[in-house]
Design a binder for this molecule. Structure first.
Ligand code: F6P
Length: 409
């Protein structure tokens, strides 16, 4: 590669999205790329020519290691939708103008479904206007809903945090052994895909009885059936812990959180900002049964918990970054790196580059065959899929009793 490169981060952060930047950076340095720029706040910042030079922050292997242990988007993220090309050519021309100004040959974008749409739009524009610049997608999303790839970097770590925290919640909730149980409702992110909520199933083991029910957005949420289930569990158990996805919907198509609050805000991509499902359900249970309830919304915690990240996930996040760089160096463009599982026992996973058109804007749900017949649990098919993704740990670098992070100033 003769020119420079730029890497950006977009959408909801994950515990390992910085490992992907570290992967792009390290592979670029090995190949002798002169400058590795970072987009400050994704494509939105790039359009304002807001770039940083990663060499100003990474001064050797120790900083690469620290970056891998730093949560959130080191470069800054954004939720910016590229406009449709027709009538907005100036926005696209601006991207190429800034690329030319900094002699940037290839742009790498770490993100989920919406961010892959940006890669698709830019690579399509380049193809249609005979521009030589290349564009590569680096997968990232705790939602795990990108198609084609076996799984998405970010998912394994969020799943590990969720399963760990659920296990700790169950331990706490079981401690009272009261005649009437506390009903604990845990709300988990993931939008319209239940992958993250499914991770609650991983808490079950020889030292944990597991959650009592799991509600995924893949199944229509029936309030009456939910209440019957809670009442039955309350009669038969001294602790009840239930996992619900933020994206569960009732039969008329409304999210449960919209039933609680009609004015849910919407982002640039038209996604409703979901929150409040657990609080609403806990209130309904308390009102109908008089039982003690507790609502826990994992919210930001589940995607920022790098101290509980999966080593498998960190390594794969690094790998997809490095392999995106290699693919671009081979002349590829308009593609995303996918993780391709080659075996479960032992777990083995390779990568390849795949056409972005088959990936952008497509949401992959949890397969129906992994959901139990009653619709409130996951079977061993899911466990076999997910368990390898949460394996391994990377010890944080501790300072003053807390994990240390690499910070862009
Ligand atoms: O897409 C990742 C994600 O974490 C979703 O699971 C969640 O619904 C959304 O982002 C939250 O977005 P924001 O942080 O913009 O509210």
């Amino acid at each position: 590669m003769k020119g420079n490169i730029v890497v950006g981060q977009s959408g909801g952060p994950t515990a390992v999205i910085n490992a992907s930047v570290a992967g792009v950076y390290s592979a670029a340095k090995k190949l002798g790329v002169k400058k590795v720029y970072g987009m400050v706040h994704g494509i939105e910042g790039f359009l304002e020519d807001r770039l940083c030079d990663l060499d100003d922050y990474i001064h050797g292997e120790a900083d690469v290691e620290l970056l891998k242990r730093t949560p959130s988007a080191f470069l800054g993220s954004c939720r910016f939708k590229m406009p449709k090309i027709e009538g907005h050519e100036d926005v696209y021309e601006k991207v190429f103008e800034i690329m030319e100004k900094h002699d940037i040959e290839c742009l790498f974008y770490c993100g989920g479904n919406d961010s892959m749409d940006t890669v698709k739009m830019l690579s399509d524009y380049a193809a249609a206007h005979n521009k030589p610049q290349r564009f590569m997608g680096v997968p990232k999303t705790i939602d795990n809903d990108l198609p084609v790839t076996d799984h998405c970097p970010g998912y394994g770590s969020a799943a590990k945090y969720i399963a760990t925290s659920i296990k700790e919640i169950i331990r706490d909730n079981e401690s009272f052994g009261a005649k009437k149980p506390t009903i604990c409702i845990v709300e988990i992110m993931g939008r319209n895909a239940g992958w993250l909520t499914a991770a609650a199933a991983l808490a079950k083991g020889e030292d944990c009885s597991g959650v009592d029910a799991i509600y995924l957005p893949e199944k229509t949420f029936d309030m009456d059936a939910f209440m019957d289930k809670v009442k039955h569990l309350a009669e038969t158990k001294s602790s009840v812990v239930i996992a619900v996805s933020e994206g569960v919907k009732i039969a008329d198509g409304r999210y449960v959180c919209e039933v609680a609050n009609e004015n849910v805000p919407v982002d640039a991509f038209g996604h409703k900002q979901m929150s409040g499902t657990a609080a609403y359900l806990a209130q309904q249970i308390a009102a109908e049964t008089g039982l003690k309830t507790r609502a826990i919304e994992f919210s930001t915690l589940q995607r920022a918990a790098t101290h509980m990240a999966s080593l498998t996930d960190i390594n794969e996040a690094f790998q997809v970054g490095a392999d995106a760089l290699k693919a671009a160096n081979d002349g590829k463009t308009g593609m995303m790196i996918t993780l391709d599982r080659n075996g479960d026992d032992p777990y083995q996973c390779g990568t390849s580059a795949y056409d972005i058109h088959a990936i952008a804007n497509v949401e992959r749900p949890v397969p129906a065959e992994w959901i139990t017949e009653d619709g409130c649990g996951l079977n061993e098919g899911y466990e076999k899929y997910a368990r390898p993704l949460i394996m391994g740990e990377l010890t944080p670098m501790m300072v003053n009793g807390l994990p240390r992070h690499l910070v862009r100033k």
